[in-house]
Design a protein around this ligand. Structure first.
Ligand code: ATP
Ligand code: MG
Length: 802
């Protein structure tokens, strides 16, 4: 059953697209004007070309004056009388050149080898490319026998038969004149019948080539929107927050069809009022245009899957449409009469199927007839356009699954076949691994549900090295290397690591943005590889990059994501207020994201992550770029929000992790290096303390052993030695530390000394302090501070060790 959230998501997305279209006013206006302008040009062309219809082609007339170049006539003579006729004819019409041949075989060879030039008496005469020969059989003037045959190259060709007929009449005339001794003043012509052109109908050409372009701009707009959402990774961000792919597609179809519906109605009003269409039912044309626009939406989905750049996508969609129209025209004007069955292949291009209907429409409308509902020219194109839409959509749906893996080890294009086979050893290994994870999940179900929010097992991600053209697996980048990690529920978990350690990749895999190369994880007991759709109902994400719509305001973003999360309509205004207030963006609620500062954009992304009160929230460097005040505000917010939630946080601010996180894990080169609470890490790494002492300046001034440093500060050497002696007695392995602190001392003459102590027992420390208390006056100590090493120092040490 389709859930309630599905419709809320559709509503959210439709509102989003309409808001964007309203804000991109010029483009939206052009979208309408473009279609209208097309139909207006069609009206003008239709009106002005009406006068030359019907299109009649008049036949050719042949007579002696048609012969402008010599006509060579080979002949065979079986009778001497034939020479008389030839001489007479040649005298009357000098364009006839008779050339005698011995027998029929010679004549046939001549015909086969002829290139429209014949040699006579050593000289070559170029003739018009007509081949008509004469075989004189028997000629007798006395007994009126005139027995001869004409040999013609192509008796069906208008041109050849026209000239042959003309020759025949001239031969008859010569014979008659010779026999009677009279000169006949005859003027005989061979005239071809006139015929009406069934081929060149200006309306058909206009309709087939012109009308499919009607939706071109709107197709471009759609594909550019889809590709922009893909390129800016906003669609992915919405999917992580629970957006279903179906809702995304359906919302685009609804908006696009609505736009095209308005366009089609406008087009019909113009077309019917100007007489472009008169007899055909307007509903039929309406249905055909809408179904054609639906098939174009399928094309947009298909092309958007493979193209990464919005402008390229716009260009390619136009080329695709023009290609479809060219194929359509080629089919209608050339292939249809020769190989009609090719239509079943050609109509897989929807503009060609649409062309079939348009051809019929123009032919019948020119004859003042309607296209009928039951005609094949309506039903077949209609069925094909629906089929095309389904076909394009299925291919793009399938390609989305395959193409999303572009980040790294991509799925095979035939992954659907592989999933059912377990023959290959690597896939069976993977299956085993998955089974063991699922078993683990079942066996320990209660424990996991109770305590563990996220359980990562051997998670690995290998990226293809883009610089490696040989696809050598050894050169792959291992971003996450068999990571195994448990994250308890209801706490803030900080994932630390140097740049490139694999933090974002781990979050990407856990949120389903990046497919893992191997391994699995359970989130709230659900498997990442098998139940991502269910997991996404429970998670929120603030990714490292800001994924925001340029045209939407802060409030509109919160509204959109509230609907994606399935919030009730009446709760959305309150959600907008609360979310923006929490991150301090209430003043900017109506600002579009383009005018927000970097820190404000981060805060908006953070607000989005918490919409719908998700159980698990991933925050990837959510505080980067924030000022100190804003960062502290965010810390307070996270403290407040963390109740009942598992928050996974990555940050490069150690004090942030120290202040917020119950558990800290440090990753290096894709592997987990250490994990524990701050105290646990500090004690585990045995880094101990920093001892910082400030000595009174009166010592320096009274001591003769003071020296001046180049900076003018007094460096007291007299006190250092005895103090260090005392210190080393208690802590033999302590080390003096460089200090810059003397530069910021209240009294510039004070002396500050710092020492690094390794991990110490509490008893040793208290013994040292009680001894020091007794000697405090002797050493003139002003201040003593003992600080545990910071997380930053642990982090640096771990990073240095790698
Ligand atoms: N799409 C990708 N293609 C190839 N390599 C990638 C890709 N994404 C990440 N990597 C590589 O994977 C490694 C881990 O990257 P990741 O973004 O997870 O690091 P990170 O710990 O989040 O770093 P940062 O602190 O800088 O955000 C890096 O070496 C990076 O170059
Ligand atoms: Mg990162």
């Amino acid at each position: 059953m389709v859930s309630n959230i599905f419709f809320k998501q559709i509503k959210g997305l439709i509102k989003k697209t309409i808001t964007i279209k309203k804000k991109k006013r010029v483009e939206t206006m052009i979208e309408f004007l473009y279609g209208i302008q097309y139909i207006m040009i069609l009206v003008i062309l239709h009106q002005t070309t009406k006068s030359i219809q019907p299109h009649v082609i008049y036949g050719t007339t042949f007579n002696q004056s048609s012969l402008t170049t010599p006509m060579l006539i080979p002949f065979i003579s079986f009778d001497n009388n034939s020479k008389l006729i030839i001489d007479r004819l040649t005298a009357e019409e000098p364009m006839y050149h008779f050339v005698e041949y011995e027998n029929e075989q010679d004549l046939t060879e001549l015909f086969i080898n002829s290139d429209s030039s014949l040699s006579t008496n050593g000289s070559t005469i170029t003739s018009i490319p007509i081949f008509t020969g004469v075989m004189f059989n028997e000629i007798s003037l006395e007994s009126s026998v005139f027995n001869y045959s004409l040999v013609s190259a192509d008796i069906f060709s208008d041109l050849d038969s026209g000239y042959s007929l003309q020759l025949e009449l001239d031969l008859l005339q010569s014979f008659t004149e010779l026999k009677s001794g009279l000169v006949m003043n005859q003027n005989i012509s061979v005239i071809e019948f006139p015929y009406e052109s069934s081929f060149f109908n200006i309306n058909t050409v206009l309709f087939i080539i012109y009308l499919p372009l009607f939706f071109m701009y709107s197709l471009q707009q759609l594909i550019m929107l889809i590709v922009t959402e893909k390129k800016e990774r906003i669609k992915e961000a919405m999917k992580v927050m629970g957006l279903s792919e179906g809702a995304y597609w359906l919302s685009n179809i609804i908006v696009q069809i609505t736009m095209n519906l308005i366009l089609t109605i406008l087009m019909e009003i113009i077309a019917y009022s100007t007489g472009i269409f008169t007899k055909t039912n307007p509903l039929m044309i309406f249905i055909m245009f809408l179904i054609f626009s639906l098939s174009l939406i399928g094309i947009a989905f298909l092309l958007a899957t493979f193209i990464e750049n919005p402008k390229t996508a716009g260009g390619v969609s136009s080329i695709f449409l023009l290609f479809g129209i060219s194929v359509s025209a080629f089919y209608q004007f050339y292939i249809k009469s020769r190989v009609p069955s090719l239509k079943y292949l050609i109509f897989l291009l929807s503009p060609a199927a649409f062309g079939e209907f348009l051809n019929q429409l123009s032919t019948l409308e020119s004859n003042n007839l309607p296209v009928t509902w039951s005609s094949n020219e309506f039903l077949i194109p209609l069925a094909f356009m629906v089929l095309d839409f389904i076909l394009y959509s299925l291919i793009s749906w399938y390609s989305i699954q395959f193409y999303q893996s572009e980040y790294g080890s991509s799925k095979s294009f035939f992954y659907f076949l592989k999933s059912s086979s377990s023959s290959s050893s690597s896939s069976s290994n993977n299956d085993e691994e998955k089974k063991s994870i699922i078993n683990y999940q079942f066996n320990n179900n209660n424990e996991i549900i109770d305590n563990i929010g996220i359980n990562i097992k051997n998670l690995k991600k290998e990226f293809k090295n883009s610089l490696d053209n040989n696809n050598n697996k050894n050169n792959n980048i291992i971003a996450v290397d068999n990571l195994t990690l448990e994250i308890k529920k209801d706490q803030i978990f900080a994932l630390l690591g140097k740049n490139g350690a694999g933090k974002s990749t781990t979050i990407g895999m856990l949120t389903g943005l990046i497919p893992p190369s191997s391994g699995d994880a359970t989130i709230l007991g659900m498997s990442m590889t098998h139940q991502m759709d269910d997991i996404r109902k429970h998670i929120g994400l603030c990714s490292q990059e800001n994924r925001l719509y340029q045209q939407l305001t802060c409030a509109e973003h919160i509204e959109l994501f509230s609907r994606i999360k399935g919030l009730e309509e009446e709760d959305i205004p309150q959600q907008v207020l609360t979310s923006l207030e929490e991150v301090g963006l209430l003043d900017q609620r109506d600002q579009t994201s383009t005018v927000l500062s970097g820190g404000q954009k981060r805060r908006l992304c953070l607000a989005i992550a918490f919409i719908g009160n998700p159980d698990v929230v991933f925050l990837d460097e959510c505080s980067s770029g924030l000022d100190v005040y804003a960062r502290h505000q965010i810390w307070k917010l996270l403290e407040k929000k963390k109740v009942g939630k598992t928050i996974i946080l990555t940050t490069h601010f150690m004090e942030e992790a120290e202040a917020l996180a119950e558990t800290i894990a440090i990753m290096t080169k894709g592997k987990l290096n250490c994990q524990g609470s701050v105290l646990e890490l500090k004690s585990k790494f045995g880094l101990g303390y920093n001892l910082i002492l400030t000595f009174d300046n009166s010592i320096g001034s009274s001591s003769s052993s003071s020296t001046s440093s180049p900076s003018g500060l007094k460096k007291i050497t007299g006190i250092e030695k005895p103090f260090e002696k005392f210190l080393f007695e208690h802590f033999p392995d302590c080390l003096p530390m460089p200090t810059n602190r003397d530069l910021i001392l209240a009294n510039r003459e004070d002396l500050e000394l710092s020492y690094s102590l390794t991990q110490q027992d509490n008893a040793d420390l208290s013994k040292f302090f009680s001894s020091l208390e007794q000697l405090e006056g002797e050493f003139h100590i002003k201040r003593i501070s003992l600080q545990m090493k910071t997380l930053e120092e642990i982090f640096l040490k771990i990073s240095e060790d790698q």
